[in-house]
Ligand binder design. Structure first.
Ligand code: PRX
Length: 635
């Protein structure tokens, strides 16, 4: 039996038990069997959750691109590595073979070097879903530069915050992007962001939409002419196992976004292992994950995990609704996709449309369906199972986080019996704990609590860039010697896990992680606003939508409330991006506060959920009278 590919439920339990009994041996066998090392490790794992410090495969030397590209050249050189499907269905798809990918990554890596990028430098990538995005990420990894991809839907302010936080030297962007029938002026957003960034020396610009843009002399360079001149050979930089691979920002419940730092060897092994098992990937399968590489799902399961397995990974530039709501299924038919991985919010939005959009396509190639990013409700699960999977393709509901680097809880298809809304069982190597509010572990089944992980796994984030104390406070301080996920979960009678949602002030909207604090900070920038509080409320497509309670400075002022609402959403769009816009904005004279001045979000949440019977004791509040007024004026 190989640890690397689990084939039966019995094997899963055996492998799982082994991974708990002897985690080091378990991961060492996988590392030995499947990867290219320039030098083997001296030590598999050392860790101390009180610092917290975690090191996997110390002493090992490798380059992740050698594992994702070079080692496939002999046996899979002509196989398609990246299958690019453009936004416009009339534009031809591009099949990039492993050989071609090798050439393009090497050329790009040489361009980075010629523009002053060295090992350890940070490079910000702000690109649409075009091949250059995957290639630039791999080119950074080739030379040991640390990539920081910023989702190209983020605003200029969000971009500049992220560039400044990691002091990136370069931005890689494009003249613009396509999004359905629209185009977006990405370069304009970059120019605006860079007005408040001093660290950037160079901006490389890929051509995508052929728009007229400004090129700042001495700073901005068109990418293609540089690639044309660059050499096709670039020896990989030899990295230590724990050298940084990338930074990816995620929202926290307070303060600025957290730059989660992922390192090289453990991340590679874990994403490769989970990709293979959770999608049951076979040599000639075509795999498609609809996420954007701007999120962790794209990093781990469009780029690194699939390529480390020599897979064919589809990259889709467009949106599910363009040119119509059948686009996903048209692509599945066209490329005979075998594994399809998407978000519940996309499923819910497509389930609202006519079934004909699905039924007209031949989806018989599908073998495994996946979801990620938020809890999937029962109705969406059944729609996906019945209409897309034809009740034959198991659904893998994968629970994980930017911080975990790879999937943590998921069925293995054709092995683990699925159960709607349940992510089911921990993957091998993942040791979970449910904790109660007193910090005690809750044993047994049919229980619920706060979800923690009590032992290191190879792809966990090692720190928050530039702020290790925050890393410790956020993840390792709530419960002694455990990583706290921020999620609540229940464990059913057979030990299956169901994620019940966040227990902190992070709200998942359309699968995107949003912290309340930065949105409130943005709203408070409006000159008419005195204070604000955001909570989530259920939404049938987005999962959650945002409800804002806003106190105006001058309540007597007769400003048009609809205009104010528009202005507030405009500010949010400028500071964060359109994904953080509020669905409802209620103007109020006050917010319920504790005597120490803390906003009681629990009460606001209940009002937004319309659960008015169960507000709890409000008499101890500083201002109990405000609660009734909020209820009376709720939207
Ligand atoms: O609350 C959980 C939810 O998404 C959070 C992580 O968000 P992010 O770091 O953006 O990563 C998303 C992609 C991996 C988690 O703390 N979440 C993620 N997957 C699931 C989920 N909630 C329920 N079920 C899932 N399958």
């Amino acid at each position: 039996m190989s640890n690397y590919h689990v084939k039966t439920l019995e094997e899963y339990f055996q492998v799982y038990r082994k991974s708990v009994r002897n985690p080091e041996l378990f991961w060492e066998e996988i590392a030995e069997e499947h990867f290219v090392w320039r030098k083997k490790w001296n030590n598999v794992l050392s860790y101390d959750f009180t610092k917290p410090e975690v090191k996997w495969f110390e002493g090992a030397k490798l380059n992740i691109t050698e594992n994702c590209i070079d080692r496939h050249l002999q046996i899979r050189g002509d196989k398609t590595a990246i299958l690019f499907e453009p936004n416009n269905p009339d534009e031809e798809a591009e099949h990039i073979s492993y050989k071609e990918l090798h050439k393009r990554v090497c050329k790009f890596a040489n361009v980075l070097k010629e523009n002053g990028i060295k090992k350890g430098d940070r490079v910000c990538v702000y690109l649409p879903m075009i091949p250059e995005l995957a290639i630039s990420v791999l080119a950074c990894a080739r030379i040991g530069a640390v990539h920081s991809v910023v989702f190209a839907g983020f605003s200029s302010t969000a971009l500049s915050t992220r560039i400044n936080d990691c002091e990136a030297k370069m931005v890689i962007t494009s003249d613009g992007s396509y999004r359905g029938a629209k185009t977006i002026d990405l370069k304009g957003i970059v120019d605006e962001a860079l007005e408040s960034c001093e660290c950037i020396d160079t901006v490389l610009v890929a051509k995508r939409i052929d728009s007229e843009i400004n090129m700042k002399e001495g700073r901005d360079k068109w990418l293609q002419p540089l690639l044309d001149k660059a050499s096709e050979n670039c020896d990989p930089e030899i990295m230590d196992a724990e050298d940084p691979l990338f930074i990816l920002y995620t929202s926290g419940s307070t303060g600025s976004p957290k730059g989660m730092l992922h390192t090289t060897a453990g991340y590679m092994i874990y994403t490769a292992y989970t990709f293979k098992n959770v999608f049951n990937y076979k040599e000639n399968d075509v795999y498609w994950c609809t996420a954007d590489i701007g999120w962790i799902t794209g990093h781990s399961y469009i780029v690194y995990g699939p390529l480390a397995n020599g897979a064919t990974t589809v990259m889709f530039e467009g949106v599910p609704s363009y040119p119509d709501f059948g686009r996903f299924w048209e692509i599945v038919e066209k490329h005979k996709v075998n594994q399809f991985y998407t978000a519940p919010t996309a499923i819910r939005s497509l389930a609202k449309e006519k079934l004909d959009f699905v039924d007209q396509y031949d989806l018989s190639s599908l073998k495994v369906l996946g979801t990620v990013g938020e809890p999937i409700n029962e109705e969406a699960w059944h729609w996906y199972n019945d209409n897309v999977g034809n009740k034959k393709s198991p659904i893998v509901d994968t629970w994980w986080q930017t911080e975990t680097g790879g999937m943590m809880i998921s069925p293995m298809p054709y092995i683990t019996p699925t159960k709607p809304t349940y992510a089911t069982l921990p993957l091998p190597g993942v040791q979970l704990a449910l904790m109660d509010e007193n910090g005690e572990e809750i044993k047994g089944n049919q229980v619920d609590g706060r979800l923690c992980v009590k032992y290191p796994w190879p792809s966990m984030a090692r720190t928050i860039w530039g702020n290790h104390q925050r890393y410790k406070d956020t993840y390792f301080s709530a419960f002694e010697n455990k990583y706290f996920t921020g999620d609540g979960a229940l464990r059913d009678e057979v030990g299956y896990y169901r994620i019940t949602g966040r227990v902190d002030d992070v709200i998942i909207v359309s699968g995107h992680n949003l912290g309340t604090a930065p949105i409130e900070d943005a709203i408070n920038e409006h000159p008419a606003v005195a204070e604000s509080a955001i909570v989530g409320f259920p939404h049938d497509v987005k999962g959650n939508a945002l409800y804002g309670y806003v106190i105006l400075k001058d309540v007597g002022e007769s400003r048009n409330h609809d205009n104010l609402r528009k202005e507030i959403n405009q500010i949010i769009t400028e500071h964060i991006g359109p994904i953080a816009k509020l669905n409802k904005i209620q103007f109020t004279v006050g917010l319920p506060k504790t005597r120490s001045g803390k906003i009681m979000r629990r009460i606001l949440r209940k009002i937004a959920h319309n659960e008015l019977d169960n507000l709890g004791d409000v008499s101890t509040l500083l201002n109990p009278e405000v609660v009734q007024s909020i209820i009376d004026n709720r939207l």
